[in-house]
Design a protein around this ligand. Structure first.
Ligand code: COA
Length: 159
């Protein structure tokens, strides 16, 4: 039976930290879906359509990766779409505290057999977040090497 994994996030924008987790998860599981969260509470730089387009472009060489979006509870989306695994990346101890709480809460909501699996971030990227990337970019600093080239080009074109 194929194992369907889900990696969620705002991806506003996708960074090389995310990409590292995505490539490793895509090697571990038969199918990996990137679930873009539609969260009207979180102010985003890119629209959902832009984020979708950027992800598709940046990930086109990874065959078993798909892009989707959802709103509401992750657990409902997982249960309704038959995912087996939710992949999360851990950059530091702060991530661990937050992710542990989320995984344990989700565990009460997931259908039987769904697991949250943590991959440790590559230390090269453990200081990156989408917000820090946007801030440096908007203030004119270089973010080369921290986001995929296609994302950087997209950001420059749409700045
Ligand atoms: N490399 C680089 N950056 C990373 C990263 C990595 N490996 N892992 C996380 N980040 C960054 C993200 O870019 C994000 O940056 P930002 O806050 O500047 O945008 C930040 O770290 C936090 O990441 P994450 O926790 O994944 O937040 P998110 O907004 O991208 O996604 C969801 C949030 C979707 C995981 C979460 O809100 C959710 O599940 N919501 C659904 C509602 C729900 O089910 N709630 C109940 C939960 S128990």
């Amino acid at each position: 039976m194929k194992t369907k994994a889900l990696y969620t996030g705002s991806f506003d924008p996708l960074t090389n930290g995310h990409l590292d987790i995505i490539k490793r998860a895509a090697r571990l599981y038969d199918e990996l879906t990137l679930g873009i969260i539609v969260n009207p509470q979180k102010k985003s730089m890119f629209t959902l359509e832009e984020r979708q387009q950027m992800l598709i472009e940046a990930l086109k060489s990874i065959e078993n990766v798909k892009v989707d979006h959802f709103s509401g509870l992750t657990a409902d989306y997982v249960n309704d779409n038959g995912y087996d695994v939710v992949v999360r990346g851990l950059r530091n101890a702060a991530d661990f505290g937050y992710e542990l709480q989320m995984a344990q809460m989700n565990d009460t909501l997931f259908r039987d057999g769904v697991e949250t699996v943590f991959l440790m971030a590559d230390p090269k990227y453990s200081f990156i977040s989408s917000s820090v990337i946007k801030e440096v970019f908007l203030l004119g600093g270089s973010i080369e090497g921290l986001v995929p080239d296609t994302i950087l080009e997209y950001m420059k074109r749409n700045a």
